[in-house]
Design a protein around this ligand. Structure first.
Ligand SMILES: C[S@@+](CC[C@H](N)C(=O)[O-])C[C@H]1O[C@@H](n2cnc3c(N)ncnc32)[C@H](O)[C@@H]1O
Length: 267
């Protein structure tokens, strides 16, 4: 039996999530793995680099610190503020331009050489039509020869089972000093290819009793590899590569752990 699937991504999801985003990425193996992959791609690009869904800037600011100018696009003001603060701390704000905009409608001053959409973020657009609108818009904002680079979940029965488990994600102190535990589980619906990530942060008092619990949720979805390829070629991209890991292994089942697509706009 199915359960109701929420089909919209509201701005407020990441506004609330921004408070735990650092803990979230610090404890995510995928975030560790994708960091150097994207930073290397930004540094190799031969022109303007844009990161869609720049978030707290953990990738973009690293690339800027190493000499590359980056434009970061995000819908969430609190996430953009985290990014801005990170750039200020690193002393590189002048080389990072931030745009509060949607993947489907952002406007660049000049066409990009590389547009990246890291960390499963296309999945925040739930419907195929919204994903298509984003991919078509990315195509239109690239210069001829420009590259689009993104990754998506590679959903398998093992990953779905893992996501459905209740897991203690982290034990930490909040910025206000509270003793906190972060828990996570997900509703995974294969029929609609959607995921509802549910987290709850438990703050404990000095006796270890629950003082406060806060839930935060995210809506996600995934593409099957054949759908991703069709989406890319359908808007005119030429697919250069699909990798199965951030170490750059070619995509092959059953060893692939991710689907990472590199495509370019023909000259
Ligand atoms: C998983 S985080 C990735 C952040 C960063 N790229 C990283 O790898 O840590 C996804 C980001 O995409 C942003 N986002 C989600 N949907 C968006 C949309 N339709 N347009 C622009 N940004 C969006 C969220 O606010 C969030 O900051």
């Amino acid at each position: 039996m199915g359960y109701p699937v929420l089909v919209t991504v509201s701005r407020s999801e990441y506004d609330a999530f921004s408070e735990i985003y650092g803990v979230w990425t610090d404890t995510a193996p995928a975030a560790r793995a994708n960091l150097s992959f994207y930073v290397d791609a930004y540094l190799r690009a031969d022109g303007p680099v844009v990161e869609l869904g720049v978030g707290d800037g953990r990738i973009a600011v690293e690339a800027v610190t190493r000499g590359r100018e980056v434009v970061g696009v995000d819908l969430s003001r609190p996430m953009l503020e985290l990014c801005r603060q990170r750039a200020v701390r690193a002393g590189v704000s002048a080389s990072l331009k931030l745009l509060e905009a949607d993947f489907r409608t952002f406007t660049l001053d000049r066409p990009a050489a590389l547009i990246a959409l890291p960390y499963h973020s296309l999945g925040h657009l739930i419907s195929l039509d919204d994903k298509l609108a984003a991919v078509a818009h990315v195509f239109s904002e690239l210069r001829p020869g420009g590259v689009f680079l993104f990754d998506d979940f590679l959903m398998t029965p093992a990953l779905a089972a893992d996501m459905r488990r209740v897991q203690l994600r982290a034990e930490y102190h909040t910025p206000a000093g509270a003793d906190a535990l972060l828990w996570v589980t997900s509703l995974v619906d294969e029929a609609s290819q959607s995921i509802r990530v549910v987290t709850w942060e438990d703050q404990l008092d000095a006796d270890g009793l629950l003082a406060r619990r806060q839930y935060r949720r995210l809506s996600l979805s995934w593409l099957e590899p054949a759908q991703a390829q069709e989406l890319l070629t359908g808007v005119g991209f030429v697919v250069d590569a699909c990798y199965g890991s951030f170490e750059g292994e070619p995509f092959a089942l059953p060893t692939a752990r991710e689907q990472i697509w590199r495509a370019h706009r023909p000259a």
